[in-house]
Ligand binder design. Sequence first.
Ligand SMILES: [Cu+2]
Length: 133
Amino acid sequence: MIMFSSKPAFAALIGLAWVAGATPVQADIKDFEFQLVQSEAKKGEAVIAVRLLNKRTNKAVPDAVISAKRIDMAPEGMADMTPRIEQLSSTEPGVYRFKTNLSMEGRWQLSLGAKVQGETGTVESKLVIKATP
Ligand SMILES: [Cu+2]
């Protein structure tokens, strides 16, 4: 039988065992992230394409359900500038498209939430896209 010389040492060992046991074996929701297909768009009506990537496998992930979407000018100190944003049908597996109006030049923040098939939790990404003249 293993004896422990002190209570703190025993507590530390229990802590380590708990952390090891909590480490997920399969994919974790944190392994997924959205990435912009293009980091710039022309000012005005725009279609923004993003790829949902599984960073562990480096593959695009199709059939995720977009649960939240918002675009605003927070990076320019204009978080209350929130044009309408609408999801368009996908034309490529793992690529999600959104139509909006980038009514002003500068940086826009696209915030997305999504549910991935077979995964617990929500993917949440904030992406910055630049509207050019
Ligand atoms: Cu603005």
